[in-house]
Design a protein. Structure first.
Length: 329
């Protein structure tokens, strides 16, 4: 029999005392950041100290804007003295998702990804939920806590992001949490975070993309060469999908000695995840959803297949690989 949210909350609270020093470890993105904020609010004045630590380097402009605008204090894992803490919490992830997590014995794991072999005193994993932020919103409501505007805005944005504006897997619980949070958010902050997806230094890549784009029927292909951040490929792929005559946008770039290929389509025709997997699954990781997909290939694995230093030849190779699998000439 499934536990009620109130019973889950009671069991969660029973783990902690006023002398506990808590470390919340996250792979920082909107869902994990806001969920950690919610845990911190739940344990406010119930424990001695709470620190949120990120294992990754945060580069995405929207994530940086979220941290800045919502006044989130994060300490990178390399600066953490784990001996200073006696309780460890993980949200929006599970121990086998990253090797760094193996350093800790987690007392609490709260997540919405498919369950792996996890152990802990308190585990709440709900893979059918669209976001961990939804689970944390239920905890706040069960605790009768009215979220402050910044916390509500973070959770609200996380649900929007992880459900892709409710286009991905979503339950009625996600919608209920979203509606509840909407009553408490700061709409200005939410808008600022959503719109903070560009840095000034990214603009040169848009110019390069427009100048070098290759159009075939309703598809646009672009190879950007070396990029300072793989998210640039995502931004430009999404940008080209805003053109009314474009059904597919495929943008590639080189980052950290890997070829990154981002696929976007209108979701009406071929499955982007299948095309990515069939085209590049044998030489690297590839997959995704119907309208969005990604492939990452180590340059060392394709050095004998294509001259990746010649950007024109490289783009031609990418196009041929995709069209061969898509059944086009």
């Amino acid at each position: 029999m499934a536990l009620s949210v109130s019973e889950r909350l009671r069991r969660f609270y029973d783990l902690f005392s006023g002398n506990d020093n808590i470390l919340i470890v996250i792979d920082a993105d909107p869902d994990s950041i806001s969920s950690a904020m919610a845990v911190k609010r739940l344990l406010w004045r119930k424990v001695a100290n709470i620190t949120i630590s990120n294992i990754n380097i945060i580069k995405r402009p929207d994530n940086l804007a979220m941290i800045r605008l919502l006044d989130v204090c994060l300490v990178h894992i390399d600066e953490i003295d784990e001996g200073s803490f006696n309780r460890f919490i993980m949200v929006d992830s599970q121990p086998d998702h990253h090797e760094v997590f193996a350093r800790f014995n987690f007392d609490v794991i709260i997540d919405h990804h498919p369950e792996t072999d996890v152990k802990g005193s308190f585990i709440d994993i709900r893979p059918k939920y669209g976001a961990t932020a939804t689970i944390m919103t239920e905890y706040l409501r069960a605790a009768k806590i009215k979220p402050a505007a910044k916390l509500a805005t973070g959770l609200f944005y996380a649900i929007k992001t992880d459900t892709s504006n409710f286009e991905r897997q979503t339950l009625i619980e996600d919608i209920r949490a979203f509606q509840f949070l909407f009553r408490h958010i700061n709409t200005y902050l939410a808008r600022r975070i959503e719109q903070a997806d560009l840095k000034l230094e990214f603009l040169k890549y848009f110019r390069r993309a427009i100048q070098n784009m290759h159009r075939r029927k309703n598809k646009i292909y672009v190879h950007l060469g070396s990029v300072v951040n793989p998210d640039i490929c995502v931004l430009i792929a999404d940008f080209f999908m805003r053109i009314d005559s474009v059904n597919w946008s495929i943008v590639s770039g080189i980052y950290a000695k890997k070829l990154i290929i981002i696929f976007r389509n209108d979701g009406l025709r071929r499955n982007a995840g299948n095309v990515a997997r069939l085209s590049f699954g044998r030489v690297g990781s590839a997959g995704g959803h119907k309208s969005m997909a990604r492939s990452e290939i180590a340059l060392a694995d394709i050095k004998d297949l294509v001259d990746y230093k010649n950007e024109d030849k490289f783009l031609t190779w990418i196009i041929k690989k995709i069209n061969k699998r898509a059944g086009e000439k």
